[in-house]
Design a protein around this ligand. Structure first.
Ligand SMILES: Cc1cc2nc3c(=O)[nH]c(=O)nc-3n(C[C@H](O)[C@H](O)[C@H](O)COP(=O)(O)OP(=O)(O)OC[C@H]3O[C@@H](n4cnc5c(N)ncnc54)[C@H](O)[C@@H]3O)c2cc1C
Ligand code: FES
Length: 278
């Protein structure tokens, strides 16, 4: 029963939400934390954020995008199947306070890790404006949930199929131009998006937190795979993060390290296309 998939829902193009029986993790987890998960014994372990949980009912939820071999295998599982192994909760919880006026900006699957943070920020009494974006309407996730929790919600799509035609960074500029001011920002999404958006929020004097997504192998601080440089110091995203002060990130190093695995990942993806069972 433990690690069994209780519910499986297709949220958007190749994005899935799974509810998983995991009472111990459900009791302990806090916003910002993640699990290391191996769907079946023949795959790698991958980090996925705990998007939601219910301690009384003993379940956690993950939301993931199918991008390569392991997420393909994961998407092939069904209700009743058991996930091979799950470790967590891992990482530091998000530092939640009553900051005042907060802006949450999420891109792509990054909207999933942003959701529990938004819920905790609201519970702490913050006024929260949220901007979410995706490649197209078909790729947009959690709009209804984010709207319910946000004081104001804006949506952007790269192709203009829904909401603002353009990037979340354009919407942030428009919100600022309209006179809105913020005390804190939380930005989660693809690395380039976090780099660009946090440069804008920081330039406006807003304390900004980003959640980094380097390659993680063990998730326990032992392998060094998730090494990042923050304010000139070496940090391991799995044990020191995954959230960091955006003003100190060495973005070029992170981009370089992520690129170094690309050819291997592409080979694995091509070899295992047949595993994409939905
Ligand atoms: C703390 C953290 C939380 C995350 N939360 C989510 C989430 O909630 N939902 C979601 O869809 N994705 C999340 N990710 C990214 C997710 O881990 C990758 O999409 C996944 O590992 C891809 O594996 P793959 O074998 O399917 O794809 P691959 O083909 O192996 O890789 C595709 C891309 O995924 C990334 N990736 C691959 N392996 C790893 C790894 N071991 N660790 C980190 N990144 C990797 C790389 O950027 C790579 O280019 C998170 C990453 C981190 C570090
Ligand atoms: S994943 Fe190994 S040190 Fe962080």
């Amino acid at each position: 029963m433990s690690n069994a998939i209780l519910n499986k829902e297709n949220l958007a193009a190749s994005a899935w939400r799974y509810r998983i029986h995991s009472p111990k993790i459900a009791r302990k987890r806090q916003a910002g934390q993640f699990i290391m998960l191996r769907p079946v014994p023949e795959t790698e372990r991958i980090p996925l954020t705990i998007a939601n949980a219910d301690a009384e009912q003993g379940w956690i939820e993950i939301i993931f995008q199918v991008v390569g071999r392991t997420t393909m295998f994961l998407s092939g599982l069904d209700v009743g199947d058991e996930i091979s192994d799950i470790a967590g909760p891992l990482g530091h919880p998000t530092r939640i306070e009553k900051f005042g006026r907060v802006i949450c900006i999420g891109g792509g699957i990054g909207v999933a890790p942003l959701y529990p943070i938004l819920c905790s920020l609201k519970d702490a009494g913050n006024d929260v404006t949220t901007i979410i974006g995706a490649r197209s309407k078909a790729h947009l996730i959690l709009e209804k949930e984010m709207k319910e929790k946000s004081d104001k919600l804006f949506v952007a799509t790269d192709d203009g199929s829904y909401g603002h035609h353009g990037f979340v960074s354009d919407v942030f500029n428009q919100v600022q131009d309209a006179g809105d001011r913020f005390d804190s920002a939380f930005v989660i999404g693809p690395v380039m998006m976090m780099k660009v958006v946090s440069s804008l929020t920081l330039a406006s004097g807003i304390n900004t937190v980003v959640s980094l997504n380097p390659i993680m192998i063990d998730g326990t601080g032992m392998c060094g795979g998730c090494r990042v440089t923050v304010h000139g110091k070496t940090k391991f995203a799995c044990v020191d993060g995954p959230e960091f002060d955006a003003s100190g990130i060495d973005w070029e190093e992170l981009i370089r390290r992520l690129k170094s695995y690309q050819s291997f990942e592409e080979k694995e993806r091509n070899e295992h296309q047949c595993a994409l069972v939905q």
